[in-house]
Design a protein around this ligand. Structure first.
Ligand SMILES: NC(=O)c1ccc[n+]([C@@H]2O[C@H](COP(=O)([O-])OP(=O)(O)OC[C@H]3O[C@@H](n4cnc5c(N)ncnc54)[C@H](O)[C@@H]3O)[C@@H](O)[C@H]2O)c1
Ligand SMILES: O=C(O)C[C@H](O)C(=O)O
Length: 329
């Protein structure tokens, strides 16, 4: 039986994440090996030519699952009929730019994109925001899409989650497949809190298994939280292949589900769980199935974790207040 292709809109298609992401989407890594996709590439007018070059290369791969590629320079056409929307394109921070300038520049991108999703995306649309500041950009987009359920808008903290898994595997000597129940709480920023206390290694409590508080405080948390900056420092540009891989993991897990007893991390609109004010887009532990998710409830939050979650959530509240003042939400 042949399935109808799924429309996948990717913004920032000519950028460096786009270049890693699109080929793997077309190879079936986003939705699965039996689901054809139609790519809708959205770029700014100046980058359309580069996106055309990427589309030529996609053609040249002769991917069996790739049912078509269209390129757009405006959100209204780019999001029309989108079932999955990956919002990667964003305005990067440049020298001398204040946080408010960055939020304002990105508001100019994510407000019209939210409006276009509201107006023309498919009824079942699922949105992942990758472009930074991802959580607040997702908040802006969601607030301009009143007809789309808030649960359809997510921000990417899966890269942070995967980074935490890798660090725990390295420290413990266990393979990544034995690491589970990792949570990233809060913002995709240096204030994020990767939670070792509720994580598990081969079914055992990870904090007890590793039993090294100095490593947890002075190595694990800062390494994960500042990994983006470390990659920029080493590579001369921000993470791209790992970010693309995490975006694929995020969407794949959203549709195909978390493993029994495990969970993943997603930036989602808070329902007030764990004291995170309702409406903020914060990272939580979630279980997923068939394009839906539920926050894992009842986890123990010790004093150490509480202080760090609160600090990251405060940053999210400050970002929300800043975009509110700018009239972006
Ligand atoms: N959440 C995460 O974990 C994570 C990880 C890595 C990078 N990022 C962020 O992802 C974003 C993209 O990174 P990159 O390395 O691909 O950047 P890049 O600069 O290489 O590419 C960005 C692309 O977006 C395009 N673009 C800009 N405004 C647009 C708009 N309004 N509509 C459509 N396209 C637009 C640009 O033309 C460019 O081609 C950045 O904001 C980066 O900070 C997030
Ligand atoms: O930190 C950044 O600016 C890049 C990105 O968000 C990352 O986490 O790699």
């Amino acid at each position: 039986m042949t399935r109808n292709p799924v429309n996948v809109t990717v913004t920032g298609a000519a950028g460096q994440i786009g270049y890693s992401l699109l080929f793997r989407i077309a190879a079936g890594d986003l939705l699965g090996p039996d689901i054809p996709v139609k790519l809708r590439l959205l770029e700014i007018p100046q980058a359309v030519k580069a996106a055309e070059g990427v589309a030529m290369e996609l053609d040249d791969c002769a991917f069996p699952l790739l049912a078509g590629i269209d390129i757009f320079d405006n959100p209204g056409d780019g999001f029309a009929g989108a079932n999955v929307a990956l919002l990667v394109g964003a305005r990067p921070r440049t020298a001398g730019m204040e946080r408010g300038d960055l939020l304002s520049a990105n508001g100019g991108i994510f407000k019209p994109q939210g409006e276009a999703i509201n107006a023309g995306a498919a009824d079942d649309v699922r949105v992942l925001v990758v472009g930074n500041p991802a959580n607040t950009n997702a908040l802006i987009a969601a607030s301009h899409a009143p007809d789309v359920p808030k649960s359809r808008f997510t921000a990417m903290t899966r890269l942070d989650h995967n980074r935490a898994v890798a660090q725990i595997a390295k420290k413990s000597g266990a393979p990544v497949t034995e690491i589970g129940n990792v949570t990233i709480w809060g913002n995709h920023s240096a204030t994020q809190y990767p939670d070792l206390y509720n994580a598990r290694i081969s079914g055992k409590n990870a904090a007890e298994y590793i039993n090294d508080q100095a490593w947890l405080e002075n190595s694990f948390i800062p390494t994960v939280a500042k990994r983006g900056a470390a990659i920029i420092e080493a590579r001369g540009s921000s993470s791209a292949a790992s970010a693309a891989s995490a975006a694929l993991d995020h969407v794949f897990t959203w549709f195909h589900g978390t493993a029994e007893g495990d969970w993943t991390s997603m930036g989602i609109v808070s329902d007030g769980s764990y004291g995170v004010p309702e409406g903020l887009v914060s990272s939580f532990p979630v279980t997923t199935r068939d394009g839906n998710f539920e926050i894992v409830q009842g986890l123990e939050i010790n004093e150490f974790s509480r202080a760090r979650i609160d600090a990251s959530v405060k940053e999210l509240a400050d970002e929300r207040d800043a975009v509110r003042e700018l009239g972006l939400i």
